[in-house]
Design a protein around this ligand. Structure first.
Ligand SMILES: *[C@@H]1O[C@H](CO)[C@@H](O)[C@H](O)[C@H]1NC(C)=O
Length: 288
């Protein structure tokens, strides 16, 4: 059972990943016009600079959002974000992958704003088969509103890893062998939205959105998906270097990064919330 604790290397069995891999060139430098569509916000979300930049904005009337045109089934997906500067209290910028239906899978980054000078919280979660309740929250080691930073997800049949500027902050291993569902059959789109959540987002809901500061704006650039895309015909088309990440597991360096981040920057961990789980924390906690 040593494989459990050491990395995402838990054996998945050769046949589990039965998707047909076609080695076609399906990725290139991102273009927001090509890869995404604005889903709501009546002009508050917009694409600029020939598809290189995207911004979402939020005012008292509405937030805004976008989603990917493609559906992905595994990938290494990077996006650079610059979050709402100044007093962003009450605002939430959500950036996530999600499938549809009652038993959906989801991989979440949510950025909870704060009053000027106080730290954003990066909230993460993983839903499998419609069940989440796996929140981990972090402070960042930089000001995420001063500049663009890269937020990435590695999602393959062995594990899900969250990265910030290439530093692993969280993993969720495939632990199906001990009965924890793992997202591997449902393709997901990428979604993002900027919205008002001042009932809960900032300092537990005590600080409300200051609408005199609106509009609030978050910016995106340099999207890159090294991924497998579900085509209309139900085939999966993977990027040419799929083998570089599809079976990748966390190496020791990355595992020590997670330990470092969790020690220094973690705000909340469902795995240590014994009040919330009096019957015992979820099984996966022991191995992640
Ligand atoms: C906002 O700042 C306060 C005070 O530093 C901190 O306790 C809180 O975790 C920060 N983030 C959010 C989202 O409330």
């Amino acid at each position: 059972m040593a494989a459990f604790s050491s990395s995402c290397s838990w054996k998945t069995g050769g046949l589990l990943f039965s998707v047909l891999l076609n080695y076609l060139i399906v990725v290139s430098a991102g273009n927001f016009y090509r890869d995404f569509q604005i889903t709501f916000g009546n002009g508050r979300g917009s694409i600029h600079n020939g598809g290189q930049d995207l911004t979402l904005s939020l005012d008292k009337i509405s937030g805004s959002g976008f989603k990917s045109r493609n559906k992905y089934l595994f990938g290494k997906i990077d996006m650079e974000l610059k979050l709402v500067p100044g007093n962003s209290a009450g605002t939430v910028t959500a950036y996530y992958l999600s499938s549809l239906g009652a038993t959906w899978d989801e991989i979440d980054f949510e950025f909870l704003g704060n009053v000027s000078g106080q730290p954003y919280v990066l909230h993460t979660n993983v839903f499998t088969q419609g069940k989440g309740r796996r929140e981990q929250q972090f402070y960042l080691w930089f000001d995420p509103t001063a500049d663009f930073h890269t937020y990435s997800v590695l999602w393959n049949p062995r594990c899900i890893v969250f990265y910030v500027d290439g530093i692993a902050i969280r993993q969720f291993k495939n632990l199906e062998s001990i009965g924890v569902p793992f997202p591997k059959n449902q393709a997901m789109r990428i979604y993002s939205s900027l919205w008002n959540a001042d009932e809960w987002a900032t300092q537990g809901g005590r600080v409300k959105t200051d609408w005199s500061r609106a509009p609030f704006v978050a910016s995106y650039r340099n999207f890159n998906a090294d991924a497998c895309i579900l085509s209309g015909a139900g085939k999966t088309l993977c990027s040419p270097n799929v083998n570089a990440w599809l079976w990748k597991k966390l190496d020791l360096v990355r595992q020590s990064q997670i330990k470092w981040v969790q020690k220094k920057y973690m705000v909340y961990n469902y795995c240590t919330d014994y009040k919330r789980f009096p019957q015992g924390v979820p099984k996966e906690c022991k191995y992640n």
